[in-house]
Write a protein that binds this ligand. Sequence first.
Ligand code: PLP
Length: 427
Amino acid sequence: MLDKNSIQSLRGKYIGPSFSVSYDKPLHIIRGEGQYLFDSDGKQYLDAVNNIQHVGHCHPKVVEAAKNQYEKLNTNTRYLDETIVNYAKDLTSKLPRGLDVCFFTNSGSEANDLALRIARHYTQSKETIVLGAAYHGNLSSLIEISPYKHHGPGSVAPPDFVYTIPMPDGYRGKHRGDNAVNGYVGEVEKAIYHIQKNCNKIPVFIAESLMGCGGQLVLPHGFLKRAFDLIREVGGICIADEIQIGFGRMGSHFWGFETCDVIPDIITMGKSMGNGHPLSVVVTTREIADAFNNGIEYFNSFGGNPVSCAVGHAVLNVIEDEGLQQNSEDSGNYLLNQLNKIENSLIGQVRGQGLFIGIELIKDHKTLTPAGEDANAIVNAMKDAGILISADGPDHNVLKIKPPIVFTRENADELVFNLTSVFNQQL
Ligand SMILES: Cc1ncc(COP(=O)(O)O)c(C=O)c1O
């Protein structure tokens, strides 16, 4: 087995330098089980950050489903096969009525790119409204609509058909406190007005109902519903990006959009859907799907293949069979409650829903100056203590907690105990 240093130098030689490695001293993880990871020295880590391995690392039922299907058949969607239809039927049974047509893809980016194509075809318009600090994927079409990327270092200006609403952050954003909802709804109104004035087109709106790269940001209550209403008043289409937050992670609800009391026209899912296997999907209505069926075949070499569908179906069944949505609610509420008890002047806001939690760090409670360096130091100190978390948000000052949803109350206690002592050492 290659040692850590050899891997690092081979990475330097053979792997593109834009791929980053987490932590000041990178980890060499060789095994995963449930909510735990193990490094090459045998040290165990509590994984409190990996929302892709949703039902736990290497879940035996998911591994078994992949193995069984691989042994039987793996091909593409040009043959009749029951895995894809059985999965699509069960998956869409979790969604509001009418959202029942699936296009299976292989990554969140691919799903969002296809969702944009479908929406833009339906509206005959490229004009797209996005939230500040949003991230929707790594394809060229998505960097254009991801302020998190096109606004950061090495950035290029977005095309003029992209309209960015300031990140709807009621704590440190452009509109705060009681003014937040009206302020951000006003920004959506302004964007729609500009679109109509500039080119008299219909907007496509894409949003996460709880923003991941934005720093586990809970949108001001009522914002998304009013934004959807405004978009629809002018005939626009609303896409919900559920790639980070779907599949029971929210606890109280199976989907993030349900927490905001909206029903999207198009939904994209990925990450957790395959528990680490590349699998994603666009789900929409029959009407929108039929409009997209304009003669150009949609072919995807891997999307919807039997192995991917067997894996996705197994993940869905495990969530149900093991009561993991309920666990997410129980452990998530408990963790949020315990985190709120930590007293430290760096803590500006603790927020989240289910097992999708953020702790925003600030240097000063008056100026709300972001404490990005402290966040980075805390993430590294937590790693040394055996707990994996990350930092994100436009100022990289939000500690992110989004573990596999098998995370328990005992895990929450362990995390809070260690975080408290790291905070105490930090000051
Ligand atoms: C909200 C959101 N949408 C889309 C994506 C892109 O997904 P993928 O990395 O699978 O292409 C991500 C990835 O982090 C994401 O967080």
